[in-house]
Design a protein around this ligand. Structure first.
Ligand SMILES: Nc1nc2c(c(=O)[nH]1)N[C@H]1C(S)=C(S)[C@@H](COP(=O)(O)OP(=O)(O)OC[C@H]3O[C@@H](n4cnc5c(=O)[nH]c(N)nc54)[C@H](O)[C@@H]3O)O[C@H]1N2
Ligand SMILES: Nc1nc2c(c(=O)[nH]1)N[C@H]1C(S)=C(S)[C@@H](COP(=O)(O)OP(=O)(O)OC[C@H]3O[C@@H](n4cnc5c(=O)[nH]c(N)nc54)[C@H](O)[C@@H]3O)O[C@H]1N2
Ligand code: SF4
Ligand SMILES: [Mo]
Length: 754
């Protein structure tokens, strides 16, 4: 029998963005999923998450809108009409009583770009508040602000081919083997067969990624800036700096060089907890390699100095001219499948579509005009970040809290405080694919969302490839795509003109106009082209694709963005406004011409010292807790907790602890340990291992209250954030450990039980 031609789509899990092929199956799961060999990023490979994604799609779905007056009541099913009525009534009430800033939406890097774009139009445009933030705040925002500060614009400049062309890969704060497995496969294969290529991994844990390294630097959590400055010190000492590059293409070198004087190897080795010899080796490998590629993710971003960490890493590239050529550059690995699309569509509270900024008057005017809204409708003030939303709930300043495609009752820091705040919310809407999830407990109105396989839309991966995720089966129950819900609400509120869309292709066609002439230009990309040609990489401008078509399409939009307008915008908002992009179409790498998006075209050194952890260990809380991911599970387990192969792979949460820390506390393998921070507690069986640096313990982030009792990583974490990116320090807080047996004995002795 001849096989039906497969449906081409995209893996909805991580930012590697693997292409998938789906074929109908007679088995228990009606679809069989495999890698798409034609996809440029993944070349036919998939990891366990992508391969098993179809299994959870049909389980425990939220099928109908559900409503309750207050959180102590049960939900009852209502119609979509009733749901829209209640939602829009509430919006009007809040607008009248509190003004637009009483409305908050918290979205997700798991939106397709079309969801993101319609949400921006509704919230920032029609309703006039910038209170839209996304879980990317917990994930990518330090990378965004680091790139913007160093290069004048966001956007990872590298591509996956660089993994196979580098002489030295420097992976820092990233467990690629488990979290970006297919990108890591490409690197590992190349590394194995290329004797001269070096792999350095910087991580307090000896992860699977570190296992593959030629050199593992198990630094103390939070000491990355010391390490980078220490490496730079040695690069300078040994004459590896590229003076010509520095002179012609950078600014701020003198201040940077001044900072570096304080980072002699003895000091750095002591702060980071690594040997001078290893530090020297790392610096020598960096200096001697013709092409150096750095790769990072949450170990840098999730920090109270995340932006400074990113900038200090980029500094090393600027010092040695390691950018704008194959196999080199600072490569931020994006976490979620469409965190990139979110940035392009303006999906953080300080952004507007097309890498624009709400603080820039020119940008606001362009967007207002294109949206057919009166001048001044878009607020000049950046909106609330997600943590400001939580604070707003505490203060009674939020009248409507709308959550979509994220599970904050597991994933936000300091959950005790978050849950108390969410309990105070007068009106919470939760737009979700599954029921139950932990966040449903805090919602008044549940809106059923379609997900992967049931909705069409685009996502951009870490290397700027845009892929169309296709719908190939009907929605369950009455579920609707997020973008459809946003459009319906918009129309219900009277914004018919702004929301004429019938298909996600139409939404996409409008969105890409906003990228024309911008650094993230994808105005030449359409659903049609993606269907026919497969994934396309930006920049991909309509001008290059077809000059004539471009002109026709831009008619009346006011978004042609003449260069003079750009220059003016730059004058008004120097730090925030990237210059127009003049790269060749489909450029695999950015900055090959060494022209950066800053007003003077130069990349900027950041002269920064480390401030250390926001909550360093002390005698009461002597250990640093770090948190992260496992290969099989995805975040809060809404899908992977419902996938047999994966729950077998990772049945339980656990605490990694070094024998040197375990012994004095009498903690043995498998013993239940209570972990306490200043904010909360949780319990985990101990995994005693030398794979973690002494003084540091690790727990996975995946177990919310639905999947285990008292094993929430975020019961312990704190919300202290990077001042620039507002990204919380989810990677480090101070904790104490108490073996549960000892705990019970003490309580018995004191006669207190419970
Ligand atoms: N299997 C799986 N893959 C995923 C996801 C998932 O849930 N499961 N989620 C996706 C998402 S959204 C994201 S954001 C990415 C995250 O991908 P990663 O960032 O690779 O994953 P994490 O485990 O959060 O953290 C990475 C490492 O940072 C280290 N670390 C902690 N503190 C420090 C420090 O101070 N300095 C340094 N250098 N390292 C430190 C931790 O020990 C950890 O090994 O993964 C994506 N891929
Ligand atoms: N301690 C600690 N906490 C962390 C982190 C950490 O490393 N440590 N990492 C942080 C990071 S980087 C991230 S990205 C976050 C992730 O945290 P969350 O965003 O809370 O995690 P997910 O489980 O991915 O939640 C996504 C939800 O969207 C639903 N969903 C899927 N598709 C759709 C759709 O198309 N529409 C709608 N409406 N819903 C859909 C899923 O069912 C799921 O409930 O966690 C953060 N929290
Ligand atoms: S590497 Fe990421 S995108 Fe690729 S199959 Fe695995 S989870 Fe999906
Ligand atoms: Mo993330």
């Amino acid at each position: 029998m001849k096989e039906e031609s497969p449906i081409k789509t995209l893996c909805p899990y991580c930012g590697v963005g693997c292409g998938l092929e789906v074929v109908p199956s007679q088995g228990k799961v009606p679809w069989q999923v495999r890698g798409d060999r034609a996809h440029p990023s993944s070349q036919g490979m998939v990891c366990v998450k992508g391969a098993t994604v179809a299994e959870s799609i049909g389980k425990d779905r939220l099928l109908y809108p559900m409503w309750r007056e207050s959180l102590d009541q049960d939900f009852r099913r209502i119609s979509w009409d009733e749901a829209l009525e209640k939602l829009c009534d509430r919006i009007c009430t809040v607008l009248a009583a509190q003004g637009p800033d009483g409305i908050c939406m918290y979205g997700s890097g798991q939106f397709v770009t079309e969801d993101y774009y319609t949400a921006q139009k509704l919230i920032k445009g029609c309703l006039g508040t910038n209170n839209f933030d996304a879980n990317s705040r917990l994930c990518m925002s330090s990378a965004v602000s680091g790139y913007v500060q160093s290069f004048g614009a966001d956007g990872p400049p590298c591509c996956y081919d660089d993994l196979e062309q580098t002489d030295c890969a420097f992976i820092v704060g990233s467990n690629m083997a488990e979290c970006h497995p297919i990108a890591f496969n490409r690197l590992r294969k190349y590394h194995k067969k290329t004797p001269h290529a070096r792999l350095i991994v910087v991580d307090p844990r000896r992860t699977q990624t570190a296992e593959a390294a030629d050199l593992h630097l198990p630094i103390r959590p939070g000491t990355d800036i010391d390490l980078f400055n220490g490496i730079a010190y040695l690069l300078m000492r040994d004459g590896f700096e590229q003076s010509e590059f520095i002179q012609q293409h950078t600014s701020g070198f003198a201040d940077y060089a001044e900072v570096l004087r304080h980072y002699a190897p003895e000091i750095v080795s002591d702060r980071c907890g690594i040997s001078i010899a290893d530090l020297e080796t790392a610096a020598r490998w960096w200096g001697e390699s013709g092409r150096v590629l750095s790769l990072w993710s949450m170990g840098l971003n999730q920090s109270s100095e995340g932006t400074a960490k990113v900038r200090s890493l980029i500094n090393l590239h600027l010092l040695t001219g390691q950018i704008g050529k194959p196999g080199a550059g600072p490569f931020s690995l994006t976490g979620q499948p469409n965190a990139m699309g979110g940035r392009e569509a303006g999906g953080l509270s300080h952004l507007l579509p097309g890498y624009r900024f709400v603080a820039n008057p020119q940008h606001r005017a362009e967007v207002e005009q294109a949206w057919g809204l009166p001048p001044g409708r878009i607020s000049p003030n950046p909106g609330r970040t997600v943590w400001d939303m939580i604070r707003g709930l505490e203060a009674g300043e939020v009248g409507l809290f709308w959550i979509a495609a994220t599970n904050p009752a597991v994933s936000l820091p300091d959950l005790v405080r978050v849950k108390a705040a969410m309990r105070r919310s007068p009106f919470t809407i939760y737009q979700e694919a599954y029921f139950p999830t932990e966040t449903a407990e805090f919602a008044h109105l549940l809106l059923p969302a379609t997900q992967w396989s049931e909705k069409s839309g685009t996502m951009t991966n870490s290397e700027r490839y845009v892929t169309l995720a296709r719908s190939f089966q009907p929605p369950p129950g009455e579920a609707k795509a997020d973008w459809e819900i946003f459009c319906e609400v918009g129309r219900h509120l009277g914004f018919e003109q702004q929301f004429p869309f019938q298909t996600s292709a139409e939404v996409h066609a409008e969105f890409v106009q906003f990228t024309h002439g911008r650094p993230c230009d994808m105005s030449g990309i359409s659903h049609d082209r993606l269907q026919q040609e497969g994934a396309l990489q930006w920049p991909e401008s309509r001008d290059q694709e077809s000059g004539i078509r471009g002109q026709e399409e831009s008619g009346g939009w006011g978004l042609g963005l003449g260069v003079e307008v750009q220059e003016e915008a730059l004058q008004m908002d120097r730090d925030l406004s990237p210059a127009p992009c003049n790269l060749p179409p489909g450029a695999k790498r950015l900055y090959t011409d060494l022209q950066f998006h800053t007003p003077d075209g130069r990349a900027r050194f950041g002269a920064v010292h480390s401030r250390g952890l926001a909550e360093p260990p002390d005698p009461d809380f002597p250990l640093v807790l770090t948190t992260g991911r496992l290969y099989g599970h995805w975040h809060t387990q809404t899908r992977t907790g419902r996938t047999e192969k994966i729950t077998q792979m990772h049945p339980n949460p656990f605490l990694e602890i070094h024998p040197r820390d375990a012994e004095p506390l009498g903690i043995g393998e498998g013993d239940l340990v209570e972990v306490r921070s200043r904010r909360g507690w949780a319990r985990f069986p101990a995994k005693v291992t030398k794979a973690i640096a002494p003084g540091t313990v690790f727990v996975p982030m995946h177990w919310g209250t639905l999947w285990a009792d008292n094993a929430e990583a975020n019961a312990l974490t704190h919300p202290e954030s990077c001042p620039d990116s507002k990204q919380p320090e989810l990677k480090a807080c101070a904790v104490q450990l108490v073996p549960v047996q000892a705990e019970i004995a003490v309580r018995e002795e004191l006669g207190v039980m419970g």
